[in-house]
Design a protein around this ligand. Structure first.
Ligand SMILES: Cc1cc2nc3c(=O)[nH]c(=O)nc-3n(C[C@H](O)[C@H](O)[C@H](O)COP(=O)(O)OP(=O)(O)OC[C@H]3O[C@@H](n4cnc5c(N)ncnc54)[C@H](O)[C@@H]3O)c2cc1C
Length: 415
């Protein structure tokens, strides 16, 4: 496939942009692949990409029931950070964050990574203690974060009201190299990278059954026919427990909707990402000028990929006290995605009870930021059949052994 470059743009400008090829082809499924990845979200596509790039495995299909990036990858609020508390988490999230730094060049696709800085506001004494502890942990892990006082918060976010009647701003945890990226572009960039290596991306192709022989995966039944495989990677976020059931095992995962919304576009008013976890809301401003706003998950298990009025009201009501100007904005769009929550709020990258089936899920409300690191670690797991150092602690057995990676403080509010 032809590389994108300034010369390509100039050449196409001279011929009315008629020479661009498809960003990725729409192939006919082969009868058999070495590896099938189910789910063309960011994690599935990144898994396939690093299988090819790091291990030379390119006889791969990524199978997607809808359109690629149409799941949570295209529905999130794009926050990227690595300021987690536990060592295994910060290792994989920091791997992802550092890969994001060079991802546009690596993929030859502009993912618009914007390390604009990320603040987690402390609005109770409990949060002050929690975030100072995280700063200390990050220091030991080699991750750059720092604690800042209220005045520095005000300097970074002039519109903020430090003296809210219920929750004054007592300081914040700042990660200067945290930020955002364009979520669709991350999926599109990885898809193009996979296609360039000859992999097949099969859209509108739902996996309806998984078959195994002698305890080893053998084929998947899809809406486009039966396809054989030597290895199967299940990377379907909110539908993980549904897929696991098809393969014959159970997962300690609950699925529920997480919603978000954007305001009408306005002139630049905030150039960092701010999370207010006490009131459960966060915001940033997109390059188009919209305020991108999110809150907590629905409080009940469900599979509805849509927004709801009460959620908009709940989230905006929570944020207005700290960010008064947003009360004047009209809201433009809202939506939801189905996130996969584990009890310890940490992901699962694991072998499964069925031979050569591997699962990557449990990223819950915060997996966009992890895509490159997760794909890297999952590719290692699929290629070698055993987890490498990044995935080693995230196996399914931790739930049986009570060896949780508790991120309920750092990731309970996630994103
Ligand atoms: C509103 C919202 C806000 C969020 N905000 C953030 C944030 O700011 N920062 C952050 O880091 N994370 C955030 N997240 C979480 C993040 O989006 C997810 O953790 C991440 O995108 C998961 O990626 P994925 O590739 O695993 O899943 P997905 O992108 O959901 O991809 C899974 C794919 O599997 C496909 N699939 C399912 N079943 C089948 C089947 N039977 N056959 C074939 N294909 C199938 C689906 O169609 C889907 O495309 C947010 C999520 C939501 C919903």
């Amino acid at each position: 496939m032809r590389r994108y470059s300034v010369f390509a743009i100039a050449r196409e400008a001279m011929r009315y942009h008629e020479g661009w090829e498809r960003a990725w082809p729409a192939p006919t499924p082969k009868p058999r692949y070495d590896v099938i990845v189910v789910g063309a979200g960011g994690h599935g596509l990144a898994t396939a990409y690093y299988l090819g790039k790091n291990f030379g495995i390119t006889n791969v299909a990524v199978i997607e029931k809808g359109w690629l990036g149409g799941g949570n990858t295209g529905r999130n609020t794009t926050i990227i950070r690595s300021n987690y508390l536990q060592d295994p988490s910060s290792a994989i999230y920091e791997k992802a964050r550092s890969l994001y730094e060079g991802l546009s060049r690596d993929l030859n696709y502009n993912v618009m990574f914007s390390p604009r800085g990320l603040l987690m506001l402390a609005q109770t004494e409990h949060e002050v203690r929690g975030y100072k502890r995280t700063v200390n942990a990050n220091d030991l892990q080699g991750i750059e974060t720092r604690w800042i006082g209220p005045q520095e918060v005000k300097d970074l976010v002039p519109m903020i009201n430090l003296h809210g009647p219920r929750y004054p701003v007592l300081g914040a945890l700042l990660q200067e190299r945290g930020g955002t990226a364009r979520h669709d572009a991350v999926a599109w960039g990885y898809a193009r990278g996979c296609a360039a290596m000859g992999m097949h991306i099969l859209q509108n192709c739902e996996v309806t059954a998984i078959r195994s022989e002698n305890g080893q995966v053998s084929e998947v039944e899809t809406t486009r026919g039966t396809i054989g495989c030597k290895k199967l990677a299940i990377v379907v976020a909110g539908h993980s427990s549904v897929m696991a059931e098809k393969a014959g095992f159970r997962l300690p995962v609950e699925s529920m909707a997480l919603q978000a919304l954007v305001s009408e576009p306005i002139k630049p008013m905030i150039d960092v990402v701010v999370m207010a976890n006490t009131v459960h809301g966060y915001l940033s401003q997109s390059d188009k000028g919209e305020l991108v706003i999110g809150g907590g998950t629905d409080g009940f298990v469900n599979y509805s990929q849509r927004g709801s009025w009460q959620h908009v009201e709940e989230t905006i009501r929570a944020l207005i006290e700290t960010f008064p100007p947003i009360s004047r904005l009209r809201m433009l769009r809202q939506w939801g995605g189905i996130v996969d929550m584990t009890g310890d709020r940490s992901p699962i990258l694991s072998k499964t009870p069925v031979g050569n089936i591997f699962i990557n899920c449990g990223w819950g409300t915060g997996g966009f930021k992890a895509i490159p690191g997760s794909g890297w670690a999952m590719a290692e797991l699929v290629a070698n059949g055993e987890p490498g150092p990044l995935a080693a602690d995230f196996g399914l057995e931790r739930f049986r052994e009570g060896r949780f990676i508790d991120e309920s403080v750092a990731a309970g509010v996630a994103h």
